[in-house]
Design a protein around this ligand. Structure first.
Ligand code: GAR
Length: 190
């Protein structure tokens, strides 16, 4: 089994990072995490990366003049890893066409809603406000439109009247941890 080199971008907790790293430990899984990138040097997920001896790079956006220069630096730092896929996993910074153009059809993202519904932030809160009876998560390609790229995989969860933002988030996250490794496998083996 060829292990394709992938990179994971995080900004926070990193539970999706963990699910992907766990999947990569399987002999028959077609990917290996070569690098973890974060815009936030305090992201808790970086501790997980360190404990698992993963290469981790952090870069503070505020030290750059603009997004273009920031992403140029990211591109140069990632170059040695020859990444075939970049997986945004709770990476809370919108990418510009600089990075997207450098990795055409090679950047995917996970979003905690059933896209195209509930793009953007505070998805669970909006789902509850609208009395939805189901929500879920989506893995999709990243393009110029926020949360708008082609859908790769989705998974639904049921929402009941007793649900809170915390309980919905927990249910959805459980499904995220299943579909993200599956989606990566699909993309790399298609
Ligand atoms: C996940 O729920 C992911 O879907 C969401 O952030 C969380 C990150 O959790 N991503 C977005 O909202 C992107 N717009 P994690 O750091 O534990 O993987």
């Amino acid at each position: 089994m060829i292990k394709h080199p992938i990179g994971i971008f995080i900004s926070g907790r990193g539970s999706n990072l963990k699910s992907i790293v766990d999947a990569c430990k399987e002999k028959e899984y077609p990917a290996e995490v070569k690098v973890v990138f974060s815009n936030n040097k305090n992201a808790p997920g970086l501790s997980f990366a360190k404990e698992n001896n993963l290469e981790a790079i952090t870069l503070d956006y505020h030290k750059f003049k603009n997004t273009e220069e920031y992403e140029e630096k990211i591109i140069s730092l990632l170059k040695p890893f020859d990444l075939e896929l970049i997986c945004l996993a709770g990476y809370m910074k919108i990418l510009s066409k600089k990075l997207i153009g450098h990795y055409p059809n090679k950047i995917i993202n996970i979003h905690p809603s059933l896209l195209p519904k509930y793009k953007g932030l505070n998805t669970h809160q909006r789902v509850l406000e609208n009395n939805e009876t189901k929500s879920g998560c989506t893995v999709h390609y990243v393009n110029h439109e926020m949360d708008g790229g082609k859908i790769i995989l989705q998974r639904e969860v049921e929402i009941s009247a007793e649900d809170t933002e915390t309980s919905v988030s927990k249910k959805v996250l459980k499904e995220e941890h299943i579909i993200y490794p599956e989606a990566i496998k699909l993309v790399l083996t298609k």
